[in-house]
Design a protein around this ligand. Structure first.
Ligand code: PMP
Length: 353
């Protein structure tokens, strides 16, 4: 892929690494590339970070043909920069684009674009403990027309944001509200795709949960409103009677890369991992009976996020006394150890930029 480089003439001052928060600061440059039907992808460039001008009739503004990804670059102690399974994000974006009838960015092109941009912005990868460079690739329809149809033009963009811990509370257990009014996805819909529309539709429940003092929503399946699916931006796993339970990937749940990595590691440690439908009533009963030993979310942003409390229809289940469980902690230490290069990567998951 030929990339044009245009260097900024006004580099920004880098933020304080101890107060990054999440998704507040952006680096000096971004990757952009356009797609035109009949011509394919063209005009790849790394240019100064800045606004993208859109005609008011641009299709994405009306019919939401938009997909995105999220991954991170990590600074190892020896100064090296590591990416974690970027090819998985490339493949998931291809599946998302296919579902939304959008142009697919080939896997090698996606990974090369990420690597080239991170390399160009390498001074922006922070090195303070628990910080990383969040990478946000996204694509949207750019044809100008009113009338629902698959766009014949797209733009693919990558922006970068130096980040700290996703939750202000760090690895402290989060409180989760089990949503029984709104649903996120049904099979046949777009639940497995990472498209902006899914998140737009989730904000009502997220806002409701936040007002009640919960940091995330746990979604139930959209048909029976019975089976546990996933959390707002994480897949979710439960340890019950020594076994792990998590929702299957069968159309309505996002196939998380942290989920996949966690399952590999947990199985290697000898745990039975049940990718199966778990009814919320059975989960609450397990909590009541003291059989729900641990619960945690898995996702790029927080990696592993312990769940300390679940609220469902007037009942609160406190998990492991509201403390982080030992398996949750071990999984967090292992995955983040591989990501930051503190532990050997026996899975071949990381690549150096
Ligand atoms: N579910 C949803 C709805 C998400 O937005 C995310 C974050 N991408 C995840 C699960 C976790 O996926 P991953 O581990 O690939 O970040």
């Amino acid at each position: 892929m030929e990339i044009r480089y245009e260097k900024t003439t006004a580099p920004k001052q880098k933020p304080d690494e101890k107060a990054l928060g999440f998704g507040k600061y952006f680096t000096d440059h971004m990757f952009v590339m356009d797609y035109t039907e009949g011509e394919g992808w063209h005009d790849a460039a790394i240019v100064p970070y800045g606004p993208i001008e859109l005609d008011p009739a641009t299709l994405v503004l009306h019919y939401a043909q938009e997909t995105f990804e999220g991954l991170k670059a990590y600074r190892a102690e020896n100064g090296e920069i590591k990416l974690f399974r970027p090819e998985m994000n490339a493949r998931r974006m291809i599946n998302s684009n296919r579902r939304l009838c959008m142009a697919e960015v080939p896997e090698e092109m996606f990974v090369e674009a990420v690597r080239k941009l991170v390399d160009f912005e390498r001074d922006w990868v922070p090195s303070a403990p628990n910080t990383s460079l969040y990478i946000r690739p996204f694509e949207f329809a750019t044809e100008c027309a009113v009338g629902v149809h698959a766009s014949r033009k797209y733009k693919f963009v990558i922006i970068l944001s130096p980040v700290g811990a996703y939750y202000a509370t760090g690895l402290a257990p989060v409180k989760i509200y089990v949503e029984d009014e709104f649903v996120r996805a049904v099979k046949g819909g777009t639940g497995f795709a990472k498209c902006g529309g899914n998140y737009a539709a989730s904000i009502a429940a997220q806002t409701k949960a936040a007002k009640l003092g919960y940091s995330q929503v746990l979604w139930l399946d959209g048909v029976h409103r019975k089976y546990v699916e996933e959390v707002g931006t994480m897949n979710v796993m439960f340890k019950i009677d020594g076994e792990i339970y998590t929702a299957p990937i069968d159309g309505s749940v996002l196939p998380g890369i942290t989920r996949d990595s966690s399952i590999r590691v947990l199985k290697e440690w000898g745990y039975k991992v049940n990718e199966t439908n778990l009814a919320i009533d059975d989960l609450m009963a397990a909590a009541r009976e003291g059989r729900l030993e641990e619960a945690f979310g898995t996702g790029t942003a927080a990696v592993i996020s312990p769940v300390g409390e679940l609220y469902f229809k007037g009942e609160t289940a406190v998990i492991n006394g509201g403390n982080i469980g030992s398996l949750t902690q071990k999984l967090y230490d292992t995955l983040t150890g591989i990501q930051w290069g503190r532990l050997p990567d026996n899975y071949g998951w990381t690549q150096t930029v």
